[in-house]
Design a protein around this ligand. Structure first.
Ligand code: FE2
Length: 317
């Protein structure tokens, strides 16, 4: 992928670790190569590069059309990345913002200070999880959507819309109509504005679906969602059936068997395809650990270039 870099699989033949020999900058990375590798491997760890919050932000901006943030978290580092402050408890596997109507394409991490012990980020490829589910469960998730429903306090949804409007208005000026405007047309969600200014939403989505780069089915969703910053969502099938204990057990077993860990090194950057992989974390055993997070939508032209390259290589094969 790069000169002066070595590449290895991250774990069990999954993921890709790109190690720079002499702390070169992220500007040496070919963006289409980077995203083509992401399409192949699902996630990439960039190790040994000349990294800091600013170069991290520049890298994100170079492949992203839009950068979004979790409105419940605080900013840190160039107004692009946020420091993860979700307490010390472990977090279950989830799609970033996957329980909301604003699901980003890409999730990014930058490790400023690794933990001395434990505290790994967990990562799980939904393509492999899908193969572990039995045919009946696969049929259920292909035929029936799931829903996530919950209220969002006024300050949180307004802050998110403010970010998505990209500075067109201040957070105080954001209206309910703006919320509708920044919601993509292909997203199925019902909003309800309440008298206290909060918005209750019900978001409909398939738990199993194709991915940003491929047509294979991935079981990638936020059913095992953590709810650190918000009221937990109610999760059920769209016909009102619950996700019963047997089903949850099957999901937990399948995901657990496909879960690997990222053991952070200082300065590591990880890029994750949020349409294919779920992530979470082990218990934080070192409170000095410092990890930044960002979320973004990939530039259409880069995604198209990766698709075109895949078509060309299939033809020449
Ligand atoms: Fe997350």
């Amino acid at each position: 992928m790069l000169t002066n870099c070595t590449t290895t699989n991250h774990a069990d033949g999954k993921g890709l670790v790109v190690t720079a020999a002499d702390r070169v900058g992220f500007d040496t990375i070919d963006r289409v190569e980077l995203m083509a590798s992401l399409a192949e491997h699902g996630y990439i760890v960039l190790r040994g590069f000349d990294s800091d919050p600013t170069t991290f932000s520049t890298l994100i901006q170079s492949v992203s059309s839009r950068i979004t943030l979790d409105p419940a978290r605080k900013f840190a580092g160039g107004n692009v990345a946020q420091k993860i402050e979700a307490g010390l408890v472990p977090q279950g596997l989830h799609v970033e913002n996957g329980a909301t109507p604003w699901v980003p394409d890409l999730v990014w991490f930058y490790c400023e200070t690794p933990a001395k012990v434990g505290s790994q980020t967990t990562i799980c490829d939904g393509l492999y999880v899908w193969d572990r589910l039995n045919a009946r469960t696969q049929e259920l998730f292909l035929s029936t959507r799931i829903t996530f429903a919950r209220p969002m306090p006024a300050d949180k949804w307004k802050n998110l819309v403010f970010r998505l409007l990209d500075g067109a208005k201040s957070a105080d000026e954001v209206t309910f109509e703006d919320l509708l405007t920044v919601t993509d047309d292909d997203v199925d969600v019902k909003y309800q504005l309440r008298s206290d200014g909060s918005v209750h939403y019900k978001y409909y989505t398939y738990a199993a679906h194709t991915t940003m780069f491929g047509t294979d089915i991935a079981f990638t969703n936020s059913i095992l969602t953590p709810s650190v910053n918000y009221e937990p969502p109610v999760i059920e099938f769209e016909d009102g059936r619950p996700l019963d204990a047997m089903l949850m057990r099957q999901i937990m077993e399948a995901t657990e068997l496909e879960t690997d860990e990222i053991d952070w090194h200082e300065g590591d950057v990880a890029l994750v395809d949020n349409s294919r992989l779920m992530h979470g974390r082990r218990k934080i055993r070192d409170p000095l650990r410092s990890l930044y997070n960002a979320q973004s939508y990939a530039k259409d032209e880069i995604v198209s270039a990766v698709h075109n390259r895949a078509v060309l290589s299939r033809r020449s094969a």
